[in-house]
Ligand binder design. Structure first.
Ligand SMILES: C[S@@+](CC[C@H](N)C(=O)[O-])C[C@H]1O[C@@H](n2cnc3c(N)ncnc32)[C@H](O)[C@@H]1O
Ligand code: SF4
Length: 438
């Protein structure tokens, strides 16, 4: 994807979302009764920008761009976070997550100052840090251990030097990755690794098969195995991905995160963005409560509807010229969800509300759609109207997903006869944009 100038991103955010000032967001947090909170802190910079990357950090050279670094970490980020500290103080923090971009680009001094600034930091059990395998130091890992981090995530992506070079990604040798994993473990933290299948088409199967073996040798506690997001809809690649994983040593020494609760099939895999596996000797309770407890809230809020109060809210901080909705927050209550993003183009944080969902609106939407059916009359016997509780988006494939209706109407039929056919024809005229499976 070619990234246009940032002004056009900002323009698009303005077109699609509602810009709000901080007081509206504060009021939404004040109304929130959900006691549980996840905190996300973003590093927007990367030493090189990988071609495959969905998130895209901003390319950054620490030696020549010291002023930019200082402006972000010493001024912008503290100034943006501070007004929200009372929100963090008032909740139970279930996880602190440092993601990016490349958080391991931070200096020791920056990390220490940041950790000391954040409320309830030491007492929070679950703390996660993303480490780029070519951008880290032992001292950083020592510091994470001193501050009681529970888990590091190492973005391996691939062990193959050539695919990484083609993708403009910094390379780390298998030995240095093994060393990093060992060092993190020796400091009492869990370590997870990310691998991507099919960054490009050259030798993709052979590379992934080798990567799975290297990852096994590295001894990761957890592995997040992903098919390149751009290709998730390709059935044959999901099949091959699944097959390569099942034929590797990972299949015998790791278990799927939902093992025993759901059956893993290739069809089910195709509905997942990522296949997460845990080494058999790692406690699943620790995985769920301390190492990877952020999973249910890591996606944008739009995917989680229904009664929401039991899942933590998310408060996210930090952004710099990010082309996507990188830093989002969502305020979840039992009957509402309010999602906003932070955008920074000129060192003043702007906030855009990206989704709002209120339980009562679901019913309003459902009634509005039923009203549209009035002129057709009630459906004939054999044909059922269904409402799915889902935030319908106008364009799934667009990088910015625009919310549409919250109650998604569909029809199903048990059999076809003259009267169902007539009704279906009328529905097709009225709702030509529905997906019609006949
Ligand atoms: C935002 S990145 C940050 C990781 C860190 N900068 C690094 O490179 O190690 C988080 C993860 O998203 C995943 N990711 C990014 N782009 C992807 C893509 N196109 N397909 C699948 N996974 C992707 C990668 O596995 C990556 O480790
Ligand atoms: S994969 Fe990591 S290092 Fe590469 S562009 Fe994405 S965030 Fe940056």
């Amino acid at each position: 994807m070619k990234i246009e100038s940032y002004a056009s991103n900002l323009e698009r955010f303005r077109e699609l979302y509602r810009e709000v000032d901080r007081s509206e967001i504060m009021a939404a947090w004040d109304r929130c009764t959900n006691p549980n909170l996840h905190v996300y802190v973003h590093t927007p910079f990367c030493a090189s920008v990988c071609k495959f990357c969905y998130y895209k950090g901003v390319e950054f050279d620490k030696r020549s761009e010291e002023a930019l670094y200082r402006q972000y970490f010493d001024d912008y980020l503290p100034r943006t976070m501070e007004p929200f500290f009372p929100v963090i103080e008032s909740k139970t923090v279930r996880n602190y997550f440092f993601g990016g971009g490349t958080p391991s680009l931070m200096s020791l001094e920056t990390m220490e100052a940041l950790f000391n600034r954040l409320p309830k930091f030491r007492e929070t059990d679950s703390k996660t840090f993303e480490v780029h395998p070519a951008v880290w130091s032992r001292e950083q890992i020592d510091l994470l251990a001193d501050f009681g981090f529970s888990c590091c995530i190492v973005g391996v992506q691939s062990y193959d030097a050539e695919v990484l070079a083609r993708q403009n990604r910094l390379y780390a040798s298998p030995d240095s990755i093994h060393e990093l994993v060992d060092y993190i473990k020796s400091k009492g933290m869990a370590v997870a690794g990310d691998l991507i299948y099919y960054m490009d088409r050259i030798n993709a199967d052979q590379i992934f098969a080798q990567d799975l073996e290297h990852a096994h040798d590295s001894g990761f506690d957890i592995l997040s195995l992903q098919l390149n997001y751009d290709l998730l809809k390709k059935k044959h690649l999901n099949d091959r991905f699944f097959d390569l994983v099942m034929r590797s040593r990972i299949a015998s020494d790791y278990i799927w995160e939902f093992e025993g609760e759901r059956t893993l099939t290739v069809e089910y895999k195709q509905t997942l963005k990522c296949l997460r596996v845990i080494r058999k000797d790692v406690s699943r309770e620790d995985y769920r409560d301390r190492f990877f407890n952020f999973i249910p809230t890591m996606d944008e809020g739009s995917k989680h509807l229904g009664k929401l109060g039991q899942r933590p809210s998310v408060i996210g901080f930090g952004s710099y010229r990010n082309p996507r909705k990188n830093t989002f927050s969502n305020i979840r209550d039992n009957d509402s969800l309010y999602e906003y993003i932070e955008v920074n183009d000129d060192w003043e944080p702007r906030h855009f509300v990206t989704y709002e969902w209120y339980e009562e609106r679901y019913f309003d939407d459902a009634i509005a759609q039923l009203n549209e059916l009035r002129e057709l009359g009630p459906p004939p016997k054999g044909l059922r109207l269904c409402f799915e509780n889902k935030l319908n988006v106008k364009n799934e494939d667009h990088i910015i997903r625009e919310p549409d209706s919250q109650a998604v109407l569909s029809v199903v039929w048990d059999y076809r006869d003259e009267s169902t056919d007539r009704y279906i024809d009328q529905l097709r005229l009225k709702f030509p944009h529905w997906k019609w499976n006949r």
